[in-house]
Design a protein around this ligand. Sequence first.
Ligand code: HEM
Length: 509
Amino acid sequence: MAPTLPLLSSPASLPRSQACSPTPATSSMAFTTPPPFASSSSTSPRLLLFTTLFLSYLTALFTSIIIYRLFFHPLRHIRSLFLAKITKLTSLYAARNGQKHLEQAALFEKYGNFVRVAPNEVFMCSVEGIRKIHVRDSGCRKLNAGVYDVIHSEGEYNLDSIMTREEHAPRRKVCHTWLAKVASFNGKPIDTSLFSLLISFDHMGKVEFSHEFRSISRKGTQDATLSMFGEIGQMGELTWLLSIAQNVKLSKTAAEFDQLTMLMADRRAAAEDNNKGDILQHFLDDMRSEKSIAFTNKNILYSDAALVLTGATDTIGAVLAHLFYQLANHPHYQDLLHVQFQKAYGKTIPDEFTNQDLSKISLLDALINETMRVDNLIASNDPRQTPPEGITVDGVHIPGGVAVRVPAHALHRSEQFYAEPAQFRPERWLDDNKEYVKNAEAFIPFLVGPNNCVGKRMTMSVLRLVMAYTVYNYTWEKAPGEDWKRIRTESKDNLILKAGPFEAVFLPR
Ligand code: HEM
């Protein structure tokens, strides 16, 4: 530790007698400490002058910035809230109650398909926008906003193939644990949103770390609140604020989540046999190889492990929660599915379902698609930055260097692309009802282009299996007192939408 210089010591660091008691005139302190009033008369005018100059400087600086952003900025032609033209701090207000996704839809309604949401940021509700921003040679590049940035490994890691290998044993095991839990409730209300998160959390424990979290069996509500994003998602995506919040560990749940994934990664790294077929095996193999491509140090291992865990748990949990809700609200789909599941049961593996057999049930995928359309769980993807020459979308020019997004929640709910967008109509995804989807390109739950979601196939397989085992064994309906609303009104947009509670009662078939 650096020695403390005596001159810089605070009174508190002095011996008590020197620090507080009146000092005799003969003591050395009498000569080294300036008399309290001697300097104040000379420093006050100087301080006043300095403050005045400083404030004038700040006033001139901010006034010129405001004038530029209002009247001369290349985005001045794009409509927006007045304050959003001046400062991105308005995004804090939009995120205040975790309902940012709804605010975005409202903005499009008010201002049209292009909205300037911050001085240098544009949201657009446009299919051409998706093409111009996300396709491989669009020229737009991903901007550091970080949801999945760390995992992206230039295709060197084919996470998709790691996660969708044909061996579905962990997925089936989680389904059986869930069924046992439902049985133990014996007709009492179950918060399906909570258990949806626990199901996906336990599933990822197995698939990612070969670890049993066992949160379904012990109803680990604590596990369900853990998320890398947590309250951080409500900080308006102000990059500077996010990094301060992360560094000072402002979000307790995010800090605990970090600890958990570090512990899991360390434990997994310490395992004698790395050949476990889980996601960490591939990360560790790379880290230990002489020609490591992505995992060049342990911190990358920690952050990628955390990102995969939250990116897979919160997402799958949210869709599952809404599926339980939608099937309770539209029970005839449970019966229709049950007929199909009876045919698929035991077809490939005795007394089990397989993803391959379930993937052929078009109504099941239509239900999943419609659930993700109506309640898309990622309100807006990471921003992209326009290339220096800018882009022109639907005739509107966006100059270079601007952050642009097509927010999926609003897009999925737009009448421009869907007939009766507010209605839950799974049939719109079946061949003979295509008129309800006016433009299928406007469906981007997993995004498109080179940065689309690598977990798509794994997600579909988990959702299909959980639905199949549940519908095959149970019917469910809303619990007495459940008002159908909380799942949306109490949802939180923490970058990934966290569903509010929905209580249902389950009856064995
Ligand atoms: C319902 C489930 C899911 C949804 C809706 C979803 C959605 C998305 C979206 C929209 C993106 C693009 C974000 C952007 O670039 O702006 C993305 C990327 C990604 N997702 Fe998912 N995701 C889901 C599940 C998963 C799962 C289970 C995993 C598995 C670990 C996963 C891993 C990733 C990774 C690694 C990326 C980054 C891909 C890249 O940048 O190349 N996701 N996801």
